[in-house]
Ligand binder design. Structure first.
Ligand SMILES: Cc1ncc(COP(=O)(O)O)c(C=O)c1O
Length: 454
């Protein structure tokens, strides 16, 4: 029987490197810093609220828009943040995770052949979402911070005034963080562009888009009448001087933005899958039209507990505590990686840190991560998983550093000019107990001591 029974819209998807690395991690007993979810429990008071909701028999279908109490709590959170008065009846929809909100929004807002702008690297669901809706992704690269020889990227605070730095440092502020080229972004817009998918704080880079960058994106979206799906699931995880700005709060953007969020990241309850989307009535109505035939609704008692979480978090000082704890984990992991000879890129937000693996002797990040998982016992994710894969192949890695005046070079001296080249990095997750990070530290201590490609 040779007929391929898999529909064309999903045929190219295959299984991801995440599944491979997770299986390798289990097989080799590796400390798993690959998977993007906490290995610690969510707050007791939120878990108790869920148990109470189940005991109180809140166990039947909720309204498909989401429990009124949760939609009120989401609107109240927007008000408390000073963002906007939103109408819980017509501008808020509860979904099965941010994942469903994004899928549903893409289904609801594009027709086959329409183009969708996606910053690359991208959260891995975006492109399948666009492809399944018959859309065409248009990629705009986020470029990593550039450093020249003799300086370590992690020595620079993001967006700091670098005038006091070494004279050899590239004196452009955008070089301190991941950044896009405005001309490249402008060129990605066409008469067929309908949507732009924005993620800030950003997975996997840890970038937080600045108000200036958001204003540039907004101006282009307004000029081309493009809708933004803003994925802001890491809204509370920002560090140092970085601050999260929802693009929906910029002038002229509310009416063209669906802001997607999730209680999973904020309350360390990723398995609950309580997500939501906030936006103007017409975009919300479109999303709801899709949502009613995708999942229709999502778990009643967990929505009830999510409402309690949003209602009480600020007064309990939960958000400040969350940020402080993550900051400690971030600082520890950065130290551990640096100690292992893996320089880290600045982390402004999210719970991921990217490490520069270009000196480790591998030509692909996937090979490095396989080796690290198998031989060192620490699992990390190769960021090439977050780039388009030409012809189903794997993008080839290029070292991050730009040697003076020349082509990008392989660590062993072979020039790499692959047009799809992605920087040679590895993504580590710090949503982990301090003891997990210390266990990884013990194992990573071997990396800097002469181990190489196998
Ligand atoms: C950027 C981004 N968006 C969305 C999601 C998925 O959110 P949820 O679990 O609420 O579906 C994730 C999860 O890793 C993510 O990193």
């Amino acid at each position: 029987m040779s007929t391929n029974r898999t529909a064309e819209r999903v045929r190219s998807f295959g299984t991801s490197i995440f599944a491979e690395i997770s299986a390798l991690a289990v097989q080799h007993g590796a400390v798993n810093l690959g998977q993007g979810f906490p290995d610690f429990a969510g707050p007791e008071w939120v878990k108790s609220a869920a148990a109470e909701a189940i005991a109180a028999d809140q166990n039947q279908y909720p309204p498909y828009l989401g429990l009124p109490r949760l939609r009120e709590a989401i609107a109240a959170a927007w008000r408390a943040s000073g963002w906007r008065e939103v109408d819980p009846a017509s501008e808020v929809t509860v979904t099965s995770g941010a994942t469903e909100a994004i899928f549903g929004a893409v289904q609801a807002l594009i027709n086959p052949g329409d183009e969708v702008i996606v910053f690359e690297p991208f959260y891995d669901a975006y492109v399948p979402d666009v492809v399944m809706a018959g859309g065409v992704p248009r990629y705009v690269r986020l470029h990593p911070p550039l450093k020249d020889e003799g300086r370590r990227m992690e020595d620079e605070a993001p967006r700091s005034d670098n005038s006091a730095g070494s004279s050899s440092f590239i004196p452009h502020p955008s070089s301190l963080t991941w950044h896009f080229d405005l001309a490249e972004l402008a060129a990605a817009f066409s008469p067929r562009t309908r949507l732009l998918l924005l993620n800030t704080p950003h997975n996997p880079t840890g970038k937080v888009f600045s108000p200036e960058e958001l204003a540039q994106i907004a101006a282009l979206c307004i000029a081309h009448d493009v809708v933004v799906i803003a994925d802001e699931v890491y809204e509370h995880l920002v560090f140092g001087g970085a601050a999260h700005t929802p693009i929906a709060t910029l002038p002229g953007m509310w009416e063209r933005t669906l802001t997607v969020n999730s209680t999973g990241k904020t309350f360390s309850l990723t398995g609950w899958k309580i997500g939501y989307a906030v936006g103007p009535a017409d975009l919300t109505a479109a999303l709801r039209a899709a949502h009613q035939w995708i999942t229709f609704s999502t778990s009643t008692p967990l929505q009830s507990a999510a409402a309690v979480a949003l209602e009480q978090a600020a007064a309990r000082g939960y958000y400040a505590e969350l940020r402080a704890e993550y900051d400690e984990r971030r600082a520890l992991l950065v130290d551990v990686l640096r100690g292992a000879g893996l320089p880290t890129l600045p982390v402004e937000g999210s719970y991921f840190v990217m490490a520069d693996i270009s000196q480790a002797g591998f030509s692909s990040d996937a090979d490095f991560c396989r080796w690290l998982t198998r031989d060192v016992g620490v699992a990390a994710i190769p960021p090439s998983a977050f780039y388009r894969h030409p012809q189903g192949g794997h993008p080839q890695g290029v070292p991050l550093r730009h040697p003076q005046g020349g082509a990008l070079r392989h660590p062993q001296g072979v020039p790499l000019r692959h047009p799809q080249g992605v920087p040679l990095l590895a993504r580590f997750c710090f949503a982990k107990k301090l003891e997990t990070l210390r266990a990884a530290a013990d194992r990573l201590a071997t990396v800097g001591k002469g181990r190489g490609a196998s």
